[in-house]
Ligand binder design. Structure first.
Ligand code: HEC
Ligand code: HEC
Ligand code: HEC
Ligand code: HEC
Ligand code: HEC
Length: 327
C-alpha cells in the first residue's frame, strides 16, 4: 500500500509538471462534442475491443432496430439506442455526434462535471470522478434496461441485497489487469480489479457458483396410453428468462425422450414469448406435465431438457441450458 502511495505521488508530480501533454481535455468534452470510443480506445485498448463486439456498440446500427424504427423515424425509440451521457440525467436524450457508436463510452462514463466516472482510485490522464459507487449500482443499467431493473429490484426485496448479484457482477466478468495498455504511460500504472466490457448476453457461471438453471423430471403414473413427465425447472437469475421488452425474444423449451445412441424418439415443445409476457419467473419454480406415449417410453433411455434462446439476431438459437438423465 505504502509503495503504491509513493508511486501515486511520483506519477502525480510528473503528470502535473507535464500537464499540457498529459491531461487530455478532448476526452472530457461535453455534448455535442463528446469523445468517440476510438479515442478512449487509444489508451483503454482492452475495454474498447470488448465493447466493440458487444450489443452496445450495435445498438444504433442494428438492422432490426433500423427496420423497426422505419429508418430512425420513430423518435421515441432513439434516445436509449444512441444516448448522451446518462449520469445524473433526468431524461435520456439523443447524442448529436458519433451516431454509429450507439451506447458508447461517454454514455456511461462522462459526468456533468466533465469528468470520467469510475469505481477506482486512479492516476489521471484526464479528469476523473474516482471511487464513484454509481458504477457498481444496477441503477446505471436500469436507465435503459428498465424491465430487467424492475425485476432485479423485486428480487432484491425478496432476497436482501447481500445475496443478490448485480448486473455488473454477471454481465461484466471480473478481470485483474491494467486499465491502460498502450504508450509509455502504461508502465506507471499497476493492475487492478476491473471488469470486462463484453456485456455478454449469456454470462458464464462463476467459479464455484451454482449453475444458472436446474431441472427435475419425474415419471408420473400412466394415464391410458400416455405417461406424464412432470418437469420442475428453476433458475437463479434475478430477472425473467426471457426478459426485456424490446425487440423479438423467445425461449424454446424442449423435453425429449432419447434412445441409448442419442436419437430422438418423441419430443414436446413449449415457447415463452417475451412479447406475451411469458417467462420463467425469478425465484419461482416452473412446473408442467408433458404427456409422452407409452410406446416411446419403452424405447427411451434418456430424458433431455433443453432451453434455447432466440432473438431478432440469433434466429437459429443459442442453447442456454441442456441436461439429460436416465429414465
Ligand atoms: C491518453 C490516454 C487516455 C485516454 C485517451 C482516455 N483515458 Fe481514461 N484513463 C487513462 C488513465 C491513465 C487512467 C488511470 C489509470 C490508472 O490509474 O491505472 C484512466 C482512467 C479511466 C477510468 C477509471 C476511473 C475510475 O475511477 O475508475 C475511466 C472510467 C476512464 N479512464 C474512461 C475513459 C473514457 C470513457 C475515455 C474516452 C472518452 C478515456 N478514458 C480516454 C488514460 C486515458
Ligand atoms: C443508454 C442505454 C443503456 C445502458 C445504460 C445500458 N444498456 Fe445494455 N443495452 C442497451 C441497448 C439499446 C441494447 C441492445 C443492443 C442491440 O442488441 O442492438 C443493450 C444490450 C445489452 C445486453 C444484451 C447484449 C446481447 O448481445 O444481446 C446486455 C447483456 C446488456 N445490454 C447489459 C447491460 C448492463 C449490464 C448495463 C449496465 C452496466 C447496461 N447494459 C447498460 C442499452 C443500454
Ligand atoms: C446472477 C447473474 C445475473 C444477474 C445479476 C443479471 N443477469 Fe442478466 N442474464 C443472466 C444470464 C445467465 C442470462 C442468460 C439467460 C437468458 O438468455 O435469459 C441473462 C440475460 C440477460 C439479457 C439478455 C437476454 C434477455 O432476455 O434480454 C439482458 C439484456 C440482461 N440479462 C440484462 C441484465 C440486467 C440489466 C441486469 C441487472 C438489472 C441483469 N441482467 C442481472 C445473468 C444475470
Ligand atoms: C453500458 C455502460 C458502459 C459503457 C458503454 C462503457 N462502460 Fe466502462 N464501465 C462501466 C461500469 C458499470 C464500470 C464499473 C464496473 C464495476 O467495477 O463493477 C466500468 C468501468 C470502466 C473502467 C474502469 C476499469 C474497469 O475495468 O472496471 C474503464 C477504464 C472503463 N470502464 C472504460 C470504458 C471505455 C473505454 C468504454 C468504451 C469503449 C466503456 N468503458 C464503455 C460501464 C460502461
Ligand atoms: C428505455 C430505453 C429504450 C427505448 C425507449 C427503446 N429501446 Fe430498444 N432496446 C433497449 C434495450 C435495453 C434493449 C436490449 C434488450 C432488452 O433489454 O430488452 C433494446 C433492444 C432493442 C432491439 C433488439 C436489438 C437487435 O439488434 O435485435 C430492437 C429491435 C429495439 N430495441 C427496438 C426498439 C424500438 C422499435 C423502440 C421504440 C418503439 C425502442 N427499441 C425503444 C432500450 C430501449
Amino acid at each position: 500500500m505504502r509503495f503504491k502511495a509513493i508511486k501515486a505521488f511520483l506519477v502525480m508530480v510528473v503528470t502535473l509538471n507535464l500537464g499540457g501533454c498529459f491531461l487530455h481535455l478532448d476526452v472530457v468534452e461535453s455534448p455535442p462534442n463528446t469523445a468517440s470510443a476510438e479515442l478512449c480506445g487509444e489508451c483503454h485498448k482492452l475495454e474498447y475491443a470488448e465493447w466493440k463486439e458487444s450489443g452496445h456498440a450495435r445498438a444504433w446500427v442494428s438492422e432490426n432496430f433500423k427496420k423497426e424504427t422505419d429508418d430512425y423515424q420513430v423518435e421515441k425509440c432513439l434516445a436509449c439506442h444512441r444516448a448522451n451521457p446518462i449520469y445524473g440525467a433526468e431524461k435520456l436524450t439523443v447524442r448529436a455526434n458519433h451516431p454509429k457508436e450507439g451506447v458508447t463510452c461517454v454514455t456511461c462514463h462522462l459526468t456533468p462535471d466533465n469528468e470520467m466516472g469510475g469505481p477506482h482510485f486512479v492516476l489521471p490522464a484526464h479528469f476523473v470522478k474516482m471511487s464513484d459507487p454509481y458504477y457498481l449500482d444496477p441503477k446505471l443499467c436500469g436507465s435503459c434496461h428498465e424491465s430487467h431493473y424492475e425485476q432485479w429490484k423485486a428480487s432484491k426485496a425478496r432476497l436482501g441485497s447481500e445475496k443478490l448479484s448485480t448486473c455488473q457482477d454477471c454481465h461484466m466478468p471480473a478481470v485483474h489487469r491494467k486499465l491502460i495498455t498502450s504508450g509509455p504511460m502504461q508502465y506507471f500504472h499497476w493492475a487492478m480489479d476491473g471488469k470486462k466490457h463484453s456485456f455478454t448476453a449469456l454470462p458464464q457461471v462463476p467459479e464455484e457458483g451454482k449453475p444458472w438453471f436446474e431441472s427435475v423430471t419425474t415419471l408420473m403414473p400412466r394415464q391410458g396410453e400416455t405417461i406424464p413427465v412432470k418437469l420442475t425447472l428453476r433458475h437463479r437469475l434475478p430477472h425473467g428468462v426471457p426478459s426485456g421488452i424490446f425487440g423479438f425474444k423467445a425461449v424454446d423449451l424442449t423435453v425429449s425422450f432419447k434412445s441409448a445412441n442419442g436419437l430422438v424418439i418423441e419430443e414436446m415443445h413449449r415457447v415463452f414469448h417475451a412479447e406475451k409476457k411469458e417467462f420463467l419467473k425469478p425465484g419461482e419454480d416452473y412446473q408442467e406435465n408433458f404427456l409422452f406415449s407409452r410406446k416411446s417410453l419403452a424405447q427411451a433411455e434418456f430424458v433431455e431438457i433443453r432451453l434455447v434462446r432466440r432473438d431478432s439476431r440469433i434466429s437459429l438459437g443459442q442453447v442456454i441450458f441442456l441436461t439429460s438423465s436416465r429414465i
